[in-house]
Design a protein around this ligand. Structure first.
Ligand code: R5P
Length: 313
């Protein structure tokens, strides 16, 4: 097995390498003057089982292109099997036509990855599980839930855990929220969210009683922070005791960090599927937990042709 990292999230790749006790393969990435990307794999990969780690986070187009170019280099270097490990699958929210003459970019990206020569894909918390069907190659969509369960057990006292209420910030997240709540035999509430236009969100109603509860919002993505911070404000307005959040992918476009800082949220826990800049690391309300062990174990199982279903929590 060989582990290779693109430039999108080298700390996560290094952590996965540590978990597996396998060194990262030496790769050179350069930019030409016109910003075209060039890669060179500096080790022999002929006949190897390759795991190429590259989330397609911002800058999404550059990281996607780099992933495709690396796959192409590996195919041409006669790798035996290439698994694209894409911890955060960008473009996933464009998974259906939202109006006339609009694209389904999540499908286009799946086509690009397959056509470039990937044999399988490993990812976490796809925005919609059905995106797996956009690929005609095997796709393992792990859940961040086991990592969240462990952290909640460590971070909340027994008394707080007995008073937890898990809240889905929109109707789309109900299945995910119910599944996490089940682990704590807790109830759920649902936010009735509307999007007046792309990038803006509005809380219409809260379905469920949040009064006096320690509320935990759960989502796959925090982007501008609007969904989360509006939901948190509405929850506290209805008399909740506290509100915090667990989010798999910290996209955190501006002004998300500022919104979180100014919000009523006690804490926002994100995973390291996306590499974060200093301003995120410096934000006292954001805490990052790692999915390196989860991904490392999935890589080990795939390499050994073992079942990965045990990892689905
Ligand atoms: C939407 O369906 C997603 O699950 C997230 O709730 C959304 O992408 C978050 O976006 P924002 O942080 O910009 O409100």
């Amino acid at each position: 097995m060989k582990l290779i990292s693109g430039s999108a999230n080298q700390p996560l790749a290094a952590a996965i390498a540590d978990v597996l006790d396998v060194p990262l393969t030496d790769v050179e990435t350069k930019r030409f003057r016109d910003q075209e990307i060039f890669v060179k794999i500096n080790e022999n990969v002929r006949g190897e089982d390759i795991f190429l780690i590259q989330p397609t986070s911002a800058p999404a187009n550059d990281h996607l292109m780099e992933l495709l170019i690396m796959i192409d280099a590996l195919v041409r270097a006669s790798a035996q099997r290439i698994t694209a490990v894409v911890p955060y699958y960008g473009y996933a929210r464009q998974d259906r036509k939202t109006g006339g003459r609009t694209p389904i970019s999540a499908k286009l990206v799946a086509n690009l990855i397959s056509k470039a020569g990937a044999d399988r894909v490993l990812t976490i918390d796809l925005h919609a599980g059905q995106i797996q069907g956009f690929f005609d190659i095997p796709t393992d969509n792990l859940f961040g839930q086991p990592v969240f369960v462990d952290d909640i057990k460590d971070s909340f006292s027994k008394k707080e855990r007995d008073n937890l209420l898990f809240v889905s910030p929109d109707v789309g997240g109900v299945v995910r929220t119910r599944s996490l709540a089940k682990q704590f035999e807790a109830d759920i509430a649902i936010i009735d969210k509307r999007r007046p236009k792309a990038g803006e969100s509005e809380v219409m109603n809260i379905i469920g009683d949040v009064e006096g509860r320690n509320c935990v919002l759960l989502d796959d993505i925090i982007d501008s922070g609007g969904t989360l911070c509006n939901a948190a404000a509405a929850i506290m307005d209805q008399g909740a005791k506290s509100v915090s959040a667990y989010i798999t992918h910290g996209v955190l476009s501006d002004p998300a960090v500022q919104r979180i800082t100014d919000s009523v949220l006690t804490e926002v826990v994100i995973t390291d599927t996306i590499g974060q800049p200093e301003k995120v690391k410096d934000c006292k309300k954001i805490r990052e937990i790692t999915v390196a062990t989860l991904l490392g174990e999935a890589v080990r199982r795939i390499a050994n042709d073992e079942s990965v279903s045990k990892l689905f929590g």
